[in-house]
Design a binder for this molecule. Structure first.
Ligand code: FE2
Length: 368
């Protein structure tokens, strides 16, 4: 049972709509070290999609594409946005209860509660709008004993990859990018609909370089299990990275997903060996870090070599690193995060270094 007032338990699966699910699934297996655990497609009686489920520990990613492009809403989404996150899922005690409460408190319904059934049991789901075209999916699996959910089955093919194992654990937060003056709307929407609260606000001076800026609010469940930061561009001399995202994605949506790990050094070593690309950090960042004489368990040389960022926060500290955009468009990317000794922040002290790194890549793309 959940500790949340409405019975929201935790992040569950995240579904990506992509151009070719098989190839992207291979990349998720190879780069992140995930295992293929379920599949649905024409061979399993699912005519409108090809969909691969890849998992590791509590992580569950669903990679979906359209086999019949002309008629598919999946294809329309990919045509407009490129590869990206269509929906993220919250596991709940009761889909009907959370859905009804959310709609009564201002959420926009996309699909009312429905059941998926097969011989392994019943799964309840419902969908609620978030940002332009994304969805929050509510799911309840307690009555289901099969692989993932109907009509998914055990995969009949194997994605065999040679990769180093990572220690990726679960989703830490899911971040949205919205237009100017939309952040407060989505903050209120989420807080009212799901009984969440705003835990942090970063204003114009907090996240900026001399050229561009953004503002950000962190909305979270009161038991801190669901964290949904929202970014908005702020006026600057050049194009904000949030504006670049909205232009290239053709709308607002999910900017990044942070995945937690209990050992970021080991995990990033593995991911780098698997070919994952990360944002660069100048050596001066680590020179400054050394002058702070910080007490951390990890070796600073390891952090510098792997370009892992470190932010001290009260008694705790936070280690994090950001991948480059994973697709062709400069839109979605991953963050890998390790929270030490109860750190609850988002790397405020790293924003400057991170922002400058993003701007260097933005300049290379000509969006500057
Ligand atoms: Fe983040």
């Amino acid at each position: 049972m959940s500790t949340h007032t409405l019975g929201i338990r935790k992040f569950d699966y995240v579904e990506f709509y992509v151009g070719s699910a098989k190839m992207v699934a291979y990349w998720f297996a190879k780069a992140l070290g995930l295992k293929l655990t379920a599949y649905c497609g024409p061979e399993t009686g699912c005519k409108d999609r090809v969909s691969y489920v890849l998992t590791l520990n509590n992580l569950k990613f669903v990679i979906t594409s359209a086999p019949c492009p002309q008629t598919s809403s999946i294809w329309n989404s990919v045509w407009q946005h490129g590869d990206g996150v269509k929906r993220f899922s919250l596991e709940v005690d009761s889909v009907e209860h959370v859905f009804n409460y959310a709609i009564k408190h201002g959420a926009v319904p996309l699909k009312k509660p429905y059941e998926l059934k097969d011989r392994d049991g019943i799964v309840q789901e419902a969908q609620i709008k978030i940002y332009d075209d994304a969805e929050m999916n509510l799911v309840h699996y307690d009555g289901y004993h099969g692989t993932f959910k109907p009509p998914y089955q055990s995969p009949f093919l194997n994605i065999e990859v040679n990769c180093q194992e990572s220690l990726l654990l679960e989703i830490d937060h899911v971040v949205g990018n919205v237009r100017e003056n939309e952040m407060n709307y989505w903050e209120n929407y989420l807080n009212h609909a799901f009984d969440f609260e705003t835990s942090l606000y970063f204003g114009p001076g907090d996240i900026s370089t001399q050229y561009s800026a953004l503002v950000s609010k962190v909305v979270r469940s009161k038991d801190k299990k669901i964290r949904l930061p929202i970014n908005e561009p702020y006026f600057g001399l050049k194009m904000s990275q949030i504006e670049e995202y909205i232009r290239e994605y053709s709308g607002t949506g999910i900017q990044h997903i942070a995945i937690s790990t209990p050992d970021i050094v080991k995990t990033i070593r593995a991911l780098r060996n698997n070919g994952m690309e990360f944002l660069s950090v100048p050596d001066t960042y680590y020179e400054t870090l050394r002058t702070k004489n910080i007490q951390i368990e990890e070796n600073l040389d390891d952090l510098q070599k792997l370009k892992i960022l470190c932010d001290i926060e009260g008694k705790g500290y936070l280690l994090q690193i950001f991948t480059k955009p994973i697709g062709d468009r400069p839109t979605f990317f991953f963050e890998i995060i390790q929270r030490q000794q109860g750190a609850e922040g988002f790397g405020h002290g790293n924003f400057q270094a991170l922002f400058e790194s993003i701007e260097r890549d933005q300049k290379l793309r000509g969006n500057w």
